[in-house]
Design a protein. Structure first.
Length: 257
């Protein structure tokens, strides 16, 4: 039997507003696309719709920059209100320049601008922030879908990120529930009997990127993908995207910088 994994983009999800029942919108879209949710499906959900449903939208014109934000904005030639938002969402700045603000955000994720984004947000002064706890958002969404459908699914909340020494962005997992973050090949043998010692695939990041192929990043209006056919462990434990995050001491590339 040929191995295959199918990915379905769910069209027809309306523009999400604060307080919307995102699970109900996803289930309705799945039915209208004739992709009824099944046990074992993995849902890749764009961070943007999760943030909108959770009311994680700010009006830039109401932001009052702090003295520190004003100083950084002057040094980097940036809007002090944007800098203030980045500061509020970050633990520390790793790089601040006119070209880029790289931070370790409050979720322990290293990213640009703490994930603050203007794309696909209606209103000139409105920006989205990342969910406060993306893992908890994924768990809540998974639980709600199980309640409404009786189906046991995995949920991955995804967002696009730049990578060191590579052009372009790819989708990464920033929150997850009901799916093992890894496929661990360590201790297994290859075709020639060699024991693999390092191979440890971040499957949730691979799934997030695969989902983006049908979701897109522009005006496609497909914020959810259903991944079907991938065997997965059903985790009722508190699996977390934090399992993917390593310390500076663990980073094999730390001395390159």
């Amino acid at each position: 039997m040929v191995k295959r994994v199918c990915i379905f983009g769910l069209e027809g999800i309306p523009l999400v507003k604060a307080g919307d029942d995102l699970a109900s919108l996803i289930i309705a879209a799945a039915k209208s696309n004739e992709v009824d949710i099944e046990d074992g499906d993995i849902l890749v959900v764009a961070q943007k719709v999760v943030s909108k449903a959770e009311g994680r939208i700010v009006r830039l014109d109401l932001v009052k920059p702090s003295k520190k934000a004003m100083e950084i904005a002057k040094e980097t030639e940036r809007d002090p209100k944007i800098v203030e938002l980045v500061m509020r969402e970050s633990k520390r700045f790793l790089k601040a320049s006119p070209q880029i603000l790289i931070v370790e955000d409050k979720r322990d994720i290293v990213n640009i601008n703490a994930g603050i984004d203007k794309s696909n947000v209606k209103g000139a002064n409105r920006y989205t922030l990342l969910p406060v706890d993306p893992d908890e958002s994924a768990r809540n969404l998974r639980s709600r879908i199980a309640k409404l459908t009786g189906r046991n699914v995995g949920v991955i909340i995804s967002d696009s990120y730049s990578r060191a020494f590579r052009r372009g962005q790819v989708n990464f997992a920033i929150g997850l529930a009901g799916v093992d973050p890894f496929i661990d090949y360590r201790g297994a043998t290859d075709l020639f009997g060699y024991v693999m010692r390092i191979k440890f695939s971040a499957v949730v990041d691979e799934l997030a990127s695969a989902g983006e192929l049908v979701m897109g990043q522009g005006k496609e209006a497909i914020p959810v993908a259903v991944v079907r056919g991938l065997k997965r462990k059903s985790l009722d434990t508190r699996s977390s995207v934090k399992d993917l995050i390593i310390t500076e001491e663990e980073d094999l590339f730390k001395d390159v910088w």
